[in-house]
Design a protein around this ligand. Structure first.
Ligand SMILES: [Zn+2]
Length: 251
């Protein structure tokens, strides 16, 4: 239990760092790369006690101490979910190489999730780092699964490439192809199919809610990355159970 809590706290700090990376990726190599963390609204440099993940946000009631403008919910949410993912990964895999690998990949996926929501783009750099790491991990550990895993990556990447091609990049973007390849490498076969199915089910469900609540119309662009990433996380934790349940139904 103590490890789960420690990893949650570690995840909070990693999440806090991911928030910084997300913003700096958007600003390219802008001048803030070397700068200290500051309030994006009034520019005031933050003191150490304003940088404690989650806790600072709660104590300050979600507002900047200096200008009292609200702080984006993105900060505590990214921190919390990164902490949650680290705990869940430990709970599922223990302190293993697979845990370490998935903790790094999950951090990258959190960046991709938020970047896609904020800017409707998947940062190439992060996607390629993820694909590279997944390949290295695959080649160094699960050599027996190499063929089926590469096939899964080709299948998911190819599927999204087809959708990008026939929709002229209106349903999906090129970033989704890279994300599909990463998902395939992470999950292998047949788990990749679970993630693909879940992502489309989730996308349809959320899309319907957005249309009913008039937040979006049928023609609106909704980034697909967050659905695929959510589905990938669900599959990492529950993929086997979902497959057993599904196979139990059709057999
Ligand atoms: Zn401020």
């Amino acid at each position: 239990m103590i490890m789960i809590n420690l990893l949650f706290i570690l995840g909070l700090f990693v999440g806090s760092f991911l928030n910084v990376v997300i913003l700096r990726l958007e600003k390219e190599e802008g001048g803030i790369l070397a700068g200290r963390s500051h309030c994006p609204k009034c520019g005031k440099v933050l003191r150490w006690f304003e940088l404690i993940p989650l806790v600072s946000f709660l104590i300050q009631g979600g507002r900047c101490r200096s200008c009292h403008k609200p702080i984006s919910l993105q900060y505590p949410l990214v921190e919390f979910f990164t902490g949650l993912l680290f705990s869940l990964l430990y709970w599922k895999f223990g302190l293993t190489l697979r845990f370490g690998f998935l903790a790094v990949i999950s951090s990258l996926l959190v960046i991709l999730f938020v970047s896609d929501l904020r800017t409707q783009t998947i940062p190439d750099l992060i996607a390629y780092i993820g694909i590279g790491l997944a390949l290295v991990y695959l080649l160094s550990t699960n050599y027996s699964l190499l063929a089926t895993t590469l096939l899964s990556a080709a299948l998911a990447g190819g599927f999204f490439a087809l959708l990008v091609y026939i929709s002229h990049e209106t349903w999906m973007g090129k970033g989704d192809i890279k994300l599909g390849i990463l998902t395939g490498l992470l999950l292998g076969f047949p788990q990749v199919l679970v993630a693909l199915f879940l992502s489309f089910a989730l996308g349809a469900f959320v899309g319907l809610i957005l249309i009913i609540t008039k937040k979006k119309t049928l023609k609106s662009q909704v980034p697909f990355g967050p659905f695929l990433i959510t589905a990938t996380f669900v599959t990492i934790f529950l993929g086997e159970k979902i497959l057993q349940w599904y196979l139990g139904i059709i057999i």
